[in-house]
Write a protein that binds this ligand. Structure first.
Ligand SMILES: [Zn+2]
Length: 136
């Protein structure tokens, strides 16, 4: 991937920037220029997602393209953000803990650290939300 394209992608992925239609209130990720509901009367503004969501489904990837092979196995999940849109992202947690409905939050690591380990192009990863204190 070329450097300029990389940075353009990073702006959206790393910061979870999408859009909201002020007319109907719907959130979009990735960003849209036209709201699918409102079309010509769309009122699109940029929106930074809070990064909280829930695992809709997931898969544990055991084999990956050459560049990612050293990271396998890893968890790839479809996450529904609290605001509504879904996205595919890596989830960093114990493979025994991942489950459908798990609450997750996005994590933004320093660019330098990430690039040393690879996977930088996916920028945003998710981790489990801190488990609430036990009641017993
Ligand atoms: Zn709309």
């Amino acid at each position: 991937m070329s450097v300029p394209r990389f940075w353009r992608r990073l702006k959206n992925l790393y910061n979870l920037i999408g859009t909201q239609c002020k007319k109907c209130g719907e959130y979009h990720y990735p960003p849209r220029t036209i709201c699918p509901k409102c079309r010509r009367s769309s009122l699109i503004v940029p929106y930074k997602f809070k990064g909280l969501g829930e695992v809709l489904t997931y898969t544990i990837v055991h084999s990956a393209a050459k560049d990612y092979a050293k990271h396998t196995p890893y968890i790839l999940a479809i996450i529904r953000l609290d605001e509504g849109p879904s996205l595919t992202s890596q989830v960093i947690c114990d493979h025994a803990d991942i489950h459908i409905g798990m609450k997750v939050k996005s994590t933004f690591r320093k660019l330098g650290e990430e690039s040393e380990k690879g996977m930088i192009y996916y920028g945003t990863k998710f981790v489990p939300l801190a488990t609430p204190p036990r009641k017993d």
